[in-house]
Design a protein around this ligand. Structure first.
Ligand code: ZN
Ligand code: ZN
Length: 251
């Protein structure tokens, strides 16, 4: 499974783009930067977009992906998430006021988006994607993605949580963990209120993980980026990396 970072920061600033991970060529986890980071030719290959939650930093580029693909789709791009999130997207963004309802708009051949409610997960593009509720101020899910050989765990935005770690601990073929740290330790109060980790609360959380695996951190807030990265480096985890824009990994 190929994994490409289209954006992995907790906000937008020069050199910083928000969360969007491309799996192989056709599956997206979150759509924070898909249109910003991919050529239109690459955007044409996307068939499935999983949405962890509807905060703007994870969904904004779904608008521009749909718009860019308006003339080209022969079948709709499937947008997959739990019922709550599909309803939020339809009600607040694709409502023909903020943005056209591309799930009800045809180019003559096809609608552009198809919203799909999922309960446990979905098998798409050769990947088995299972979903788990996580701890964020809005309905939010994390993912375990399995291509039959390897699986990876992506928490999405979350504060302390349990279920996804329990499931990850059971997976014999789990190769890597992707999780977030958004704020430095000095901002623990803010991090807790916003449903995010600091280096300290992340360190505590990792006691729930029984496997020794590479851990990839994302969602650093641009306004704290350098000092936060130093705090993360100081944790002294042996296999801990902060994801960078454009990183390409393979599992
Ligand atoms: Zn969020
Ligand atoms: Zn976020």
């Amino acid at each position: 499974m190929d994994f490409r970072v289209l954006g992995g920061d907790g906000g937008v600033a020069v050199g910083h783009q928000t969360t969007s991970f491309l799996l192989n060529e056709d599956v997206l986890i979150d759509a924070g930067s898909v249109a910003t980071s991919l050529s239109t030719e690459e955007q044409k290959k996307i068939e499935y977009v999983f949405i962890s939650h509807c905060h703007l930093d994870h969904v904004k580029d779904l608008c521009f992906l749909a718009d860019n693909m308006f003339a080209f789709r022969k079948t709709p791009i499937q947008v997959l998430s739990i019922k709550d999130n599909i309803e939020i997207l339809k009600r607040h963004i694709f409502n023909n006021e903020i943005w056209p309802d591309f799930s009800n708009l045809s180019n003559g051949t096809s609608n552009i988006l198809e919203f799909k409610e999922i309960e446990d997960g979905a098998k798409v593009g050769g990947l088995d994607v299972q979903i788990f509720n996580v701890n964020h101020p809005v309905p939010a899910i994390g993912f375990i993605v399995d291509d039959g050989n390897s699986s990876i765990l992506i928490t999405g935005d979350t504060g302390p949580t349990d279920q996804i770690w329990k499931e990850g601990n059971k997976r014999a073929n789990l190769r890597a963990i992707f999780t977030e740290i958004a704020f430095p330790d000095s901002q623990e109060f803010v991090a807790e209120a916003a449903g995010h980790f600091t280096p300290k609360t992340f360190q505590e959380e990792m006691k729930k993980v029984t496997k020794k695996l590479p851990i990839y951190i994302y969602h650093l807030k641009p306004s704290f980026y350098n000092s936060l990265k130093q705090e993360i480096d100081k944790l002294g985890f042996p296999d801990l990396y902060c994801l960078q824009l454009g990183d390409k990994l393979s599992f």
